[in-house]
Design a protein around this ligand. Sequence first.
Ligand SMILES: Nc1ncnc2c1ncn2[C@@H]1O[C@H](COP(=O)(O)OP(=O)(O)O)[C@@H](O)[C@H]1O
Ligand SMILES: [Mg+2]
Length: 332
Amino acid sequence: MSKPLIKLENVSMVFEIHTMFGEKKKIKAVEDVSLEIKENDILALVGESGCGKSTLGRIMLGLLKPTSGKVLYYINGKYRDIWSLSKKEYKIFRRHAQLIPQNPYTTINPMRSVISALIPPFLHYKIARNKEEARKMVAEHLKMVGLVPPEDFFNRYSCRLSGGQLQRIAIARAISVKPKFIVADEAVSMLDASLRIEILDLLLRIREEYGLAVLFITHDLAIARYFARKNKIAIMYLGNIVEIGNTEDIIKNPLHPYTKALIMSVPIPDPDIARKRELPKLRSLEVPSLMNPPSGCKFHTRCSLATEICEKQAPILRNINGRLVACHKIGD
Ligand SMILES: Nc1ncnc2c1ncn2[C@@H]1O[C@H](COP(=O)(O)OP(=O)(O)O)[C@@H](O)[C@H]1O
Ligand SMILES: [Mg+2]
């Protein structure tokens, strides 16, 4: 059994913003999140836009320091808080943890050719000894992501590459530094539907070959189900994780009312499963603001099961049938 590679312990992120009227407001983008990703494993993080997924991803990559809680990474034989690593260890962590961003057009600077964008990481991390060796490595990596013959791509600029090709280059760049952990943040959302499966399959194959741990962020439950079909899904709502479990268990038998509502929005081709699922009605379709979140369980304003306790007390994640669920109303 592999061990956790990266763990979050009670992580919260509060942003302070200035409103148009000169007021200071706090946004709790992530609240008290604890989770872990094992070596060579996938966790899909799913939730509506604005619920804090990218913030959580940036925290796991060490790009954003949480306002409280710990990010623990397994390095040199023990778990270390990434914000108290030595400079040398931090450099190792930065190499180990890579991002595949949503927008393929931000992957390479429009002023740089593919080769000039891909060579520097090989030299920076001394993976290649010189430019010539780095060029060969770039060629190998382009082949690995299906851009052949690689020399045809060396001198192209992003304006002459399609979204799918740029996303392949983003994958090549992420793996070029031999990472152990990847955050793929809505990595296929901006691509045409016909291309999505191709890129997801590429990412799955590369992940398998390199034995990478992946935090796979998406607002689309169907895509999460496809990508993490043998792994786990975490459902996020207004900064909290409300349910974590094995992907197929969650899809076939969602427990949290919010997970049920999300699943209701995804058509299921299997009529047997579709007939069996019990779907809750939502009291409200309005998503509350993170600036002014509801008291107690943040989902209570939309939840048809909510009672007094839900307004007063925030539920914590509890183990129900091998799954973690944060709801007062289930499992009793
Ligand atoms: N740097 C920032 N400063 C202020 N607010 C931010 C910042 N980054 C994100 N937010 C806010 O945090 C919330 C969660 O954002 P985000 O993590 O991007 O959500 P998601 O990726 O799920 O769409 C949003 O309300 C967003 O406006
Ligand atoms: Mg996002």
